[in-house]
Write a protein that binds this ligand. Structure first.
Ligand code: AOS
Ligand code: ZN
Ligand code: ZN
Length: 386
């Protein structure tokens, strides 16, 4: 089998999960720009996600966010997805939007607030039971703004207690993915600021607890692929929230700011045998100024391109150069793969999959954008960044 054929076989089964909130209106803390035709309901978000999957062939799952995607009947929502060739992916909890959470959620000093937050997390697992989702994604905005504001270690105890209760509630085949973030909204101390904290909690909890790496959640200059390699090696990498950043948690399109970094991350995934269903390859981004569905298609394609390049790394040549300590040869092997134009290979793959080789052009021609602008009036805000 040629390298290209092997790469195509792996790319064919890739699954990139798109976030429901990326389809709705979003913005920064300064302004939410509304766009015509955005979904008015979780069902309409799935209708848009179905277009992304239809034209890329590799975006079969959609992450939900509770309460933004709250519905009466989650089984019916799963059926709505299934009818469109989709499945419901990670359930994202939200313990950051209520006034009660001003000083934290599961780490709040008041036990009543902690109980409320835990109740929501457990409700999310109930929802997973109904949707058939495998993953509960936990991101906590918890933290403090001022030294002395609260007891840092006691907050870790409260966090551990809540995580243990959620872990206990997980059913067979369900997992919890713990996400870390360096700062924001808390500016002095976040309660899960880095991979080490997330890893330590997941280790204590057990095999159903895994770390999720959001590519926008590190200090500038952090070697994210190192974290990926380390977590994979430890069997603790549960998934990604892909997005791009120039400064902080910018949530721009994956692969837009630093495609080389995305390649380096995907190389570690491929090298560590992680390119399979055990790792959730999710997008977590917002499209504030660009049209949303084409931006999501573009992001999926960017992840695909980085994956294709990672798959094309000549591992034998790389291993040989590394073993010989030939620094420049080893570096050249990696760069050869990165410098390969994989667009023809991906176009070929799409044709083999019965798809249009150019997903963006196919989407434009489909008339979906005109259809939703005409049909949908008063689209919903994602709930993010108001
Ligand atoms: C927040 O900064 C995190 O990236 C979250 O993963 C995510 O944006 C949130 O869970 C969406 O609800
Ligand atoms: Zn995220
Ligand atoms: Zn984020």
């Amino acid at each position: 089998m040629t390298a290209a054929t092997a790469a195509k076989a792996a790319l064919r089964s890739q699954a990139i999960e798109t976030p429901s909130w990326a389809y709705g209106n979003s913005g920064t803390r300064f302004k939410v720009f509304t766009q015509a035709g955005v979904p008015r309901s979780p069902q309409e978000k799935l209708d848009d996600a179905a277009r992304v999957h239809e034209f890329t062939g590799v975006a079969p799952a959609v992450a939900l966010h509770i309460p933004w995607d709250r519905v009466d009947d989650y089984g019916a929502l799963a059926a709505h997805a299934e009818k469109r060739g989709l499945r419901l992916g990670a359930v994202n909890s939200n313990v950051f939007q209520d006034d009660d959470y001003k000083l934290g959620s599961v780490t709040h000093p008041d036990p009543a607030v902690r109980r409320k937050a835990l109740g929501h997390l457990l409700e999310c697992v109930d929802i997973m039971d109904a949707t058939g989702s495998r993953d509960l994604k936990l991101w906590f905005s918890d933290g403090t703004n001022y030294p002395g504001q609260d007891d840092i270690a006691a907050r870790q105890d409260r966090l551990a207690e809540a995580l243990a209760a959620v872990y206990e509630r997980l059913g067979d085949g369900q997992r919890m993915l713990l996400e870390y973030k360096l700062f924001e909204p808390a500016f002095y101390s976040m309660d899960v600021p880095d991979w080490g904290t997330a890893y330590a909690h997941c280790l204590e909890l057990g095999p159903k607890a895994q770390v999720v790496v959001d590519t926008g959640h590190h200090a500038p200059g952090t070697n994210i692929e190192f974290i990926v390699a380390l977590l994979l090696r430890a069997g603790k990498l549960g998934g990604f929230d892909f997005n791009s950043r120039f400064y902080a948690d910018d949530d721009l399109m994956a692969g837009a700011a630093d495609p080389f970094q995305l390649f380096r991350i995907m190389y570690e995934v491929v090298r560590g045998g992680g390119l399979g269903p055990d790792i959730a390859f999710m997008l977590d981004q917002c499209h504030n100024i660009e049209p949303k569905i084409p931006a999501i298609i573009r992001s999926v394609m960017n992840v695909q391109e980085a994956t294709a390049k990672a798959l094309l790394v000549d591992r034998d040549a790389l291993g040989a150069a590394q073993a010989e300590g030939d620094v420049l040869a080893a570096h050249a092997v990696l760069m050869d793969a990165y410098d390969t134009d994989v667009r023809p290979l991906l176009a070929e793959l799409r044709e083999e999959m019965g798809l249009d080789p150019d997903p963006l052009a196919a989407y434009r021609r489909s008339g979906w954008s005109e259809h939703i602008v005409a049909e949908r009036v008063g689209g919903a805000q994602a709930g993010w960044g108001a």
